[in-house]
Every structure is written in structure tokens, then in C-alpha cells.
Design a protein around this ligand. Structure first.
Ligand SMILES: Cc1cc2nc3c(=O)[nH]c(=O)nc-3n(C[C@H](O)[C@H](O)[C@H](O)COP(=O)(O)O)c2cc1C
Length: 316
């Protein structure tokens, strides 16, 4: 077994979080991951409290006393409501994206909620640690969804040096080699998003899963950089058009934003993988099969253990 402070802090068997994925990571996927020995995260995305409360209750019913969490996108118009909801519902774990949860941290800490902000840089990691976070998720730009500039390879060791709480590496991890590499970079756990898109319990549309299974190494593209919120997704008619539009000086920012609105839902829920946004990381090409979340996790960690055990052979 891999020994990690992440397992002790969060009470999990394997040091792995399933990253929050808007329109995708609902109670079904989150509970499957928690039951499989990791920490499953329900995505609060831009949803209101009623939806999120329902998912929290379903997840709790399924996992019992095991840990699970809610991922809060801080730019959501309902962020204040969800921040209060996790306290009221005694959710054990909160991860956050798109900023720092400064104004919510005192209430979460008082409620005994464990917190792990997702960060794209050393400066933000330091601030999150100062706020009293339980761990830091350092997310490199290889990842699917909203991305920062730095790669996982460059970001993780720098964050690990900068903070004195454990770091989870996110972005580009989908097998045991990724976990072993993350540990070598100073992380003590990982967060995966793309790998869980083809979990049996993932409710994302069949067409979306098929696109992931067919993806090649160079099939992702980052759009939205010029608008200040870069997103990585698979190349298709939508992302190519978005890319052209954002560098077309005749178009207003509003027109481009309007073109992108609702695009993830279109692909993930409606299955329109041509005109919707199929968000996925660069590691999508390594995702070759569908399997139950528990099997994905145990396979990743048995591979990682073998690699880490074998590493001493490299030293004479
Ligand atoms: C389809 C998709 C949607 C995502 N939505 C969110 C989100 O709502 N909130 C968030 O913090 N991160 C989001 N992410 C990022 C993941 O939580 C995770 O950090 C990332 O996928 C890790 O990199 P990987 O894709 O290489 O595994 C999303 C990722 C994907 C692939």
C-alpha cells in the first residue's frame, strides 16, 4: 500500500480525488469513487442549492460514513448559497476552483470541513495554505476544463516546496506511471478528471465517452485564452470555431461568450459532440477502456506501487 498523509487526513484508502466536473460528476460518480477507496466530488457547477442538496443526500446515502465532497466553482452566481449549504449538510470535504475561497474558509473550518483548493500557481497555493486549507490541489495546464499556464511537471514541485501541507497533483494523471511521477515531484496524492470520464458509473453522454476513447495525443485545444478563461477540450467543430472567433477582431467579447454559453452541457448531457464542448485533458489518449471507478482506482495504484518498488533498480 502507498503510504500518504493524504490518506490519513481524508480517511481514504488510496490518495486520489476524482476532480469535480461540471454537468458530469454527480452523486453516482462521486459515490462510486468514494466506495472505491478515493474521494468522490460532486460538482456544484453553476447549479442552485436545491440540486446540490439532492446530490449530497444521494451520495451520503450511498457512501455512509465514507468521505465525499462538493466542488465549488467560486465564480458561480450561487457560490454563497452552496458555501452555506455544505456547512448545513455537514459535507466532509470541499474543493474549490476559479479563485480563492477566502471569505468562506472561517465558516468551513469552524464546521470541521476539510478543504482542498485547486490552484494554478505558487502564489495562489501559498495564500490557500495560509487560509488553513487541509491540502492543495496543484493543477497543471494539461488538464481538462479550465486551465492555468504552468504544466503539472513544473508546477507540482514548486508548490510542494512552497507550502507545508500535502499537495495533490492534477492534470495529466491517468495511470500508475502518472501517480508515481506525481510522488517523485513532491505530491502526496493525485486528482484525476479525464480518467473518470469513462468510468462505468459516469453519467456523461455515450457520445462523449466514445470521443474520449477515440482521442489521440494531439486532439485537445485550449480556447478562451484571449478572453481570460482558457479551457481545454477536444478538437471538434465547436472548439475550432471558438478558436477562430476569439482571434477575429470584428467580433465582440460578448458575441464570443454567447457562442460558448451552454456548450459543455450540450456535449455532456445532450451528446452533441460536434457543436458542444468536449472538455478533456491531454491524457485522454491514454484512456482506452471503460471500467467501474473502483477498478480504475485499484489498477492505477497497483501499477504505481510496482513502479515505485522497481525504481530502486535504477540506482547502482
Ligand atoms: C469535463 C471536465 C469538467 C471539469 N469541470 C470542473 C469544475 O466544474 N470544477 C473544477 O474545479 N474543475 C473542473 N475540471 C477539472 C477537474 O476537476 C480535474 O482537476 C482535471 O480534470 C484534472 O486533470 P485531467 O483532466 O488531466 O485528469 C473539469 C475537468 C473536465 C475534464
Amino acid at each position: 500500500m502507498i503510504q500518504s498523509p493524504i490518506c490519513e487526513i481524508f480517511g481514504i484508502k488510496y490518495p486520489i480525488f476524482q476532480g469535480g466536473m461540471a454537468w458530469i460528476s454527480d452523486a453516482r460518480l462521486a459515490s462510486a469513487v468514494s466506495l472505491g477507496g478515493g474521494a468522490g466530488l460532486i460538482s456544484a457547477m453553476n447549479a442552485g442549492a436545491d440540486y446540490v442538496r439532492g446530490e449530497i443526500r444521494k451520495c451520503r446515502e450511498s457512501v455512509g460514513s465514507l468521505i465525499f465532497g462538493v466542488n465549488i466553482m467560486l465564480m458561480s452566481p450561487f457560490a454563497d448559497d452552496i458555501a452555506q449549504l455544505v456547512v448545513d449538510e455537514k459535507v466532509p470535504l470541499v474543493t474549490t476552483g476559479a479563485g480563492l475561497p477566502s471569505k468562506y474558509m472561517p465558516a468551513w473550518t469552524a464546521a470541521g470541513i476539510k478543504t482542498a483548493p485547486v490552484v494554478p500557481s505558487v502564489a495562489v497555493a501559498k495564500k490557500a495554505a495560509k487560509l488553513g486549507a487541509s491540502a492543495i490541489i496543484a493543477e497543471g495546464g494539461e488538464s481538462g476544463g479550465h486551465v492555468g499556464d504552468l504544466t503539472t511537471m513544473a508546477l507540482v514541485p514548486q508548490v510542494a516546496d512552497a507550502v507545508d501541507i500535502p499537495v495533490l497533483a492534477a492534470g495529466g494523471v491517468a495511470d500508475g506511471r502518472g501517480v508515481a511521477a506525481a510522488f517523485m515531484l513532491g505530491a502526496r496524492g493525485v486528482q484525476c478528471g479525464t480518467r473518470f470520464l469513462t468510468a462505468t458509473e459516469c453519467n456523461v453522454h455515450r457520445n462523449y465517452k466514445d470521443k474520449i476513447l477515440a482521442a489521440k495525443d494531439i486532439d485537445t485545444i485550449v480556447t478562451g485564452k484571449s478572453l481570460g478563461h482558457p479551457v481545454r477540450s477536444l478538437k471538434n467543430a465547436f472548439s475550432r470555431r471558438f478558436f477562430e472567433m476569439e482571434y477575429d477582431n470584428t467580433l465582440s467579447k460578448e458575441a464570443i461568450e454567447a457562442f460558448g454559453a451552454g456548450s459543455l452541457r450540450k456535449a455532456a448531457v445532450e451528446g452533441d459532440v460536434t457543436d458542444g464542448s468536449v472538455m478533456a485533458g491531454q491524457i485522454a489518449a491514454l484512456v482506452k477502456d471503460e471500467a467501474p471507478a473502483a477498478e480504475i482506482i485499484s489498477r492505477i495504484f497497483s501499477e504505481a506501487e510496482n513502479i515505485l518498488r522497481g525504481a530502486s533498480e535504477w540506482i547502482k
